[in-house]
Design a protein around this ligand. Structure first.
Ligand SMILES: [Fe+2]
Length: 290
């Protein structure tokens, strides 16, 4: 859809400098004004991806009615609103993940954040489940869970506690923590010896762990719209059924392998950058560090 708007200040990105892909993401204090691009043809960027199973495939644990409303209406609305919000702005053309990180704005969230994060969260949630899911993971994932939580049962206990105690709307997550992105956020401690481990976190409303540079592995939606049709107000029962009957440990294992590979790649890049700094005169070091 063409837009002929010229230099309309959109209110996005009021106080962040952002450049490059996720890999090169840096946060600065540089003022950036977001304007609508004049005369550009912009196509809708994000599509509503269906769950990787039929809408009745999770029954009797999650009903077709719930999927029809939750995916077909709630998720669709987030995607539609996001496309309207970014059209013609400087966010148009960014990946969904980068839009989330930029519009999170160090916790002082911008209007686009909620729709962008909810679009991402829901797709991730659908893919966290499968028909015939639940049970117990195996292999490397199970070993890391046992290493970092003491036992699989203790992990389940901690995950259920996070999901049930998230006040109001939000999400609970299992994440792989190997963050390298300094987002100037109090809940994003610098990388430490405690990195490269699994942790459980919970987040309010649309917030997801990408904003802290953690790698999400599993999530459960604890907004009331996720469980009210099937469980009314019984959130703990919904959480138990999710863990026992719906979790796709295959998906979680695959995400863990990707997260570990990404962390290793980042370490290699850091080492390369350090060597580059050591090999250039001091006056050029700042430029190499970016
Ligand atoms: Fe939801």
């Amino acid at each position: 859809m063409a837009t002929a708007a010229t230099q309309l200040t959109c209110g996005l990105l009021p106080c962040q400098g952002f450049r490059g892909s996720t890999r090169g993401l840096r946060w600065t204090n540089k003022k950036v004004q977001c304007t609508r691009k004049a005369g550009l043809s912009i196509a809708a960027k994000f599509e509503l991806k269906p769950p990787p199973y039929q809408l009745n495939a999770l029954e009797p644990h999650m009903s077709q009615d719930t999927l029809e409303y939750h995916w077909g209406k709630h998720h669709r609305t987030y995607v539609d609103n996001l496309n309207k919000q970014i059209e013609g702005t400087e966010l148009d053309g960014m990946s969904l993940e980068d839009i989330i990180r930029v519009s999170y704005n160090k916790g002082d969230i911008l209007p686009t954040f909620n729709n962008a994060a909810q679009a991402w969260n829901h797709e991730f949630f659908w893919e966290s489940m499968k028909p015939g899911g639940g049970g117990k993971p195996s292999g490397d994932l199970l070993e890391m869970i046992e290493r970092d939580f003491g036992s699989f049962e203790k992990f389940v206990e901690e995950f259920k506690l996070a999901a049930s105690t998230q006040f109001g709307s939000g999400w609970a997550w299992l994440v792989y923590k190997a963050n390298r992105l300094e987002v100037g956020n109090a809940v994003n401690p610098c990388p430490s010896d405690e990195d490269k481990k699994l942790v459980v976190v919970k987040s309010p409303n649309a917030v997801n762990p990408l904003v802290w540079d953690y790698s999400p592995l599993l999530t459960i939606d604890v907004w009331e719209h996720a469980y009210y049709l099937d469980f009314q107000n019984l959130r703990p029962k919904y959480i138990s059924v999710f863990m026992e009957k719906l979790v796709s440990w295959d998906a979680v294992s695959s995400r863990l392998e990707q997260a570990k590979a990404r962390a290793a790649e980042r370490e290699t890049e850091e080492e390369t950058r350090k060597k580059e700094v050591e090999n250039v005169p001091n006056k050029d070091a700042a430029e190499v560090l970016g």
